[in-house]
Write a protein that binds this ligand. Structure first.
Ligand code: AP5
Length: 365
C-alpha cells in the first residue's frame, strides 16, 4: 500500500467499540534505554558488534558509565514487552478513539530508584496498567543502545528486571486476578532469561482457558543459549513473532535444514502444540521486505507500507511496535490480515520517530 492511500486508522475509527480493562497482559523486563551515537573505538573496547542484542557481563562493567560521561545520551522507557503493550494501548486510543485507560496490564521488576520512577511515570502516561514488583536490592535495569549509522548494538543490564519471581509477584492473589482478567497475552522471549517458571504458569492458564498467547523470539541468543527453556514454552504458543535473523537462528538450532524463511515458518507452525483448538500462527517480519505469515493452511507474504527511506528517523523498536499494532487488532477479533495491517501501520509510525515512541497525534496521513 502506498503512503498516500487511505490508511487503516480512518476505517478502524468507525468500527471501534470500547474494550474492557486489563484485556491484554504483558510480562517482561522493564528497562530504561540509554541511547547514544558512539564511535567504532567504543564498540571495539567493549567487544560489541555493530548490530546486535546481548546481555551485559563482566566485560561491560564500565560501559554504562562511559556511555553517559563520553557521549550525549537520551533516556527512553524501553524493554521489549513493555514497548509492545504500550504501542498496543496507544494504538487503540489513537485509531479507535475509545477511552484508552488500562486495556493493557504489564508485570515486571524494577528498583526503588529514579529510573524506576521514570518507568512508572511513562507507563502511566501511556495508560498502561503497570504493576511492577519493586525491590531495593538491585537498581532498575538499563539497556545501552550504542548507535553507529543505521546500526545499533543493544547491551541490556537487567539488574532489577532479573529479580522477577513468580512467588513474589505473579502468585499474589491481586496480581493473579489481573492475569485471569486478560484474553490476549504477550511475552517477549527475552523474559526467558529471567523467569521461565512465570511464563509457563501464565502459559498453562492461557491454554486451559483457551485464550491466546503470543511469544517473540526476541534475539538470536535466546534460540541459541536458552533453547531448552524456549522449547518448553513453544508448545503453548499460539502466535510466534520474530524477525528474519531470529527465524534463521531458530531454524539452525532446531535442525530445520532450510534457510528459506517460508519453509522455516511452515516448520515452526507444525511444532507440537498443547491447545489443539487453536492453530499456531507464525509471523516473521523482515524490515522493508514482506512479512511472512504461516498458518495451518498456507504461508503468505504481506508487503509492508511504503516509506521514503529519508523519512525513516530510526528503526529502533520497529519489531516491538509491529507486535503492538498487531495485538491491538487481535483484541478486536479482527481477521489475521487486519492484524498484520495494524502491525505494519504501527511500525511505520514508529520508524518516523526516534525510539519506540508514538507522536501525540499521528502525522502519518
Ligand atoms: P530494538 O532491537 O531496537 O527493537 P525491535 O523492536 O526489536 O526493532 P528492530 O529494529 O530490531 O526491528 P525487528 O528486526 O524486530 O523488526 P523489522 O526490522 O523486521 O530494541 C528495542 C528494545 O529492546 C529496547 O527498548 C530495549 O530495551 C529492548 N531490549 C533489549 N534487550 C532486552 C532484554 N534482554 N530484555 C527486554 N528488552 C530488551 O521491522 C518490523 C516492521 O517495521 C516491518 O515489518 C516494517 O513494517 C517496519 N519496517 C522496519 N524497517 C523498515 C524499512 N526500512 N522500510 C519500511 N518498513 C520498515
Amino acid at each position: 500500500m502506498a503512503a498516500d492511500e487511505p490508511q487503516p486508522a480512518k476505517k478502524l475509527k468507525l468500527e471501534a467499540k470500547p474494550l474492557r480493562q486489563n484485556i491484554l497482559f504483558g510480562m517482561g523486563n522493564p528497562l530504561l534505554d540509554i541511547c547514544a551515537i558512539v564511535d567504532k573505538d567504543f564498540l571495539c573496547k567493549y567487544g560489541l558488534k555493530t548490530n546486535d542484542q546481548i546481555l551485559a557481563d563482566e566485560k561491560h562493567k564500565g560501559l554504562f558509565d562511559e556511555l553517559v560521561s563520553k557521549f550525549k545520551v537520551e533516556y527512553r522507557a524501553g524493554g521489549s514487552t513493555q514497548n509492545s503493550v504500550k504501542v498496543a494501548q496507544v494504538s487503540l486510543f489513537q485509531w479507535m478513539i475509545q477511552q484508552p485507560h488500562k486495556v493493557a496490564t504489564f508485570f515486571g521488576c524494577i528498583g526503588r530508584d529514579k529510573f524506576g520512577d521514570i518507568l512508572k511515570e511513562k507507563a502511566e502516561e501511556a495508560h498502561v496498567d503497570a504493576h511492577y514488583y519493586e525491590q531495593s536490592e538491585q537498581p532498575t535495569g538499563t539497556c545501552a543502545a550504542c548507535i553507529t549509522g543505521d546500526n545499533r548494538s543493544l547491551v541490556a543490564n537487567l539488574a532489577a528486571a532479573n529479580c522477577y519471581r513468580r512467588e513474589k509477584h505473579l502468585d499474589l492473589k491481586e496480581n493473579w486476578q489481573l492475569v485471569e482478567k486478560a484474553r490476549v497475552y504477550y511475552i517477549a522471549g527475552f523474559f526467558i532469561t529471567v523467569s521461565t517458571e512465570s511464563i509457563l504458569t501464565v502459559a498453562a492458564h492461557v491454554c486451559e482457558s483457551n485464550k491466546t498467547l503470543g511469544l517473540n523470539l526476541s534475539a538470536p541468543f535466546i534460540s541459541q543459549f536458552f533453547k531448552e527453556d524456549l522449547m518448553k514454552i513453544i508448545p503453548y504458543v499460539d502466535i510466534l513473532f520474530g524477525n528474519e535473523t531470529e527465524a534463521a537462528t531458530f531454524a539452525r538450532e532446531q535442525g530445520f535444514e532450510t534457510e528459506d524463511i517460508k519453509e522455516i515458518a511452515k516448520k515452526a507452525q507444525r511444532l507440537p502444540k498443547v491447545n489443539k483448538k487453536r492453530q499456531r500462527i507464525i509471523v516473521f517480519t523482515q524490515g522493508k521486505d514482506d512479512t511472512i505469515v504461516a498458518t495451518a493452511d498456507n504461508v503468505t507474504a504481506y508487503p509492508v507500507l511504503d516509506i521514503k527511506q529519508d523519512d525513516i528517523v530510526d528503526t529502533n523498536g520497529a519489531g516491538d511496535a509491529f507486535v503492538g499494532g498487531f495485538l491491538s487488532q487481535l483484541l478486536y477479533d479482527q481477521p489475521l490480515e487486519e492484524c498484520i495491517r495494524g502491525g505494519h501501520y504501527a511500525a511505520n509510525v514508529i520508524i518516523r520517530h526516534s525510539g519506540c515512541t508514538f507522536p501525540e497525534t499521528p502525522d502519518f496521513h
